[in-house]
Design a protein around this ligand. Structure first.
Ligand SMILES: Cc1cc2nc3c(=O)[nH]c(=O)nc-3n(C[C@H](O)[C@H](O)[C@H](O)COP(=O)(O)O)c2cc1C
Length: 283
């Protein structure tokens, strides 16, 4: 059993936000009841179309995405997606949220107070939207987490960006502001010239570079180091994310100090990866 805030997980393996839809899309692919928790696609107050295509690129050791937080918005999420997900599984549901301003995070957290969910993951680290990334500043991180903390008793996980000089400092601010846990890392900022990809992988003829975030096996060792550094500097649980594909990867993250993990890109390669890992973990 793994404890994160008030939340008790039957195993340490969760599915990462944005890589598992709203959970319901995957109901026929795997047994959702086996997962430690489901973290739903980041939602914002209003629906978002996301960035123009192309926005997903397959690469030799992972992928780059530039989705830009496409989502149905809080209202539809609460009316359609969450009730359906709760109907089909008893697995803890953690709702990922984002906002353009502190007040948007607070509004969403306030509305989520009325819902029976297992926690909130504050995505303050998405590299694919305009405006600044909150988790690049310890002051901004402190302010948004503190303000949301005052509004909610839900277990609060704060998701951090790797794109900083000292991630421990940011994690400490989140902890000081009342986060129950930090999760890291979000994707690593990157760029692609789409036409430079081989013909078989080409998704468009655009000549402009596309900015996005890298994920998958080639970020694992970046993530591992950040998790190690953060684990040494905060007392709250650290959730490791980045390139996890198998039991060995999970063991590395646990050894680096993580209490639990999230699987992201692995779900696109084979949605059975989280379940296979859970089966392979020693009880
Ligand atoms: C296509 C795609 C969409 C993503 N969307 C979100 C999102 O909506 N919210 C979020 O917090 N992270 C999002 N992420 C980041 C992942 O949750 C995860 O932090 C990152 O991909 C690193 O883990 P991985 O290497 O296992 O994929 C997304 C990643 C991918 C590949």
């Amino acid at each position: 059993m793994v404890k994160i805030g008030k939340l008790k997980l039957k195993n340490p393996v969760m599915v990462a936000s944005g890589t598992f839809g709203y959970g319901i899309e995957c109901k026929n692919l795997i047994n959702l009841d086996k997962l430690g928790a489901i973290i739903t696609k980041t939602i914002t107050l209003n629906p978002r179309d996301g960035n123009p295509q192309p926005r997903i690129f397959e690469l030799p050791y992972g992928m780059m995405n530039s989705i830009g937080l496409q989502n149905v918005g809080l209202k539809r999420f609460l009316a359609e997606k969450l009730p359906e997900l709760k109907r089909i599984t008893g697995t803890p549901i953690i709702v990922s949220i984002a906002g353009e301003k502190i007040s948007e995070y607070v509004n969403i957290a306030d509305i989520l107070n009325k819902e029976r969910i297992s926690g909130i993951e504050m995505n303050i680290s998405c590299p694919n939207v305009k405006g600044k990334i909150i988790s690049k500043s310890k002051t901004d991180t402190y302010n948004v987490v503190k303000t949301v903390r005052k509004k909610t008793k839900q277990t609060l996980i704060v998701k951090l960006s790797p794109d900083v000089t000292d991630i421990s400092m940011i994690a400490k601010s989140a902890a000081l502001a009342g986060a129950d846990a930090v999760s890291l890392i979000n994707t690593v900022p990157a760029m692609i010239f789409p036409e430079s990809l081989s013909a078989s992988r080409r998704t468009s003829i655009t000549k402009s570079p596309v900015f996005g975030g890298l994920s998958g096996p080639f970020i694992k060792h970046i993530a591992l180091r950040k998790v190690y550094e953060v684990s040494k500097s905060v007392k709250i649980p650290v959730i490791g994310i980045g390139g996890i594909m198998n039991v060995k990867d999970v063991s590395d993250f646990l050894r680096a100090g993580a209490k639990a993990v999230e699987i992201g890109t692995g779900n696109f390669i084979d949605p059975r990866i989280p379940i296979n890992i859970i089966k392979g973990l020693r009880p």
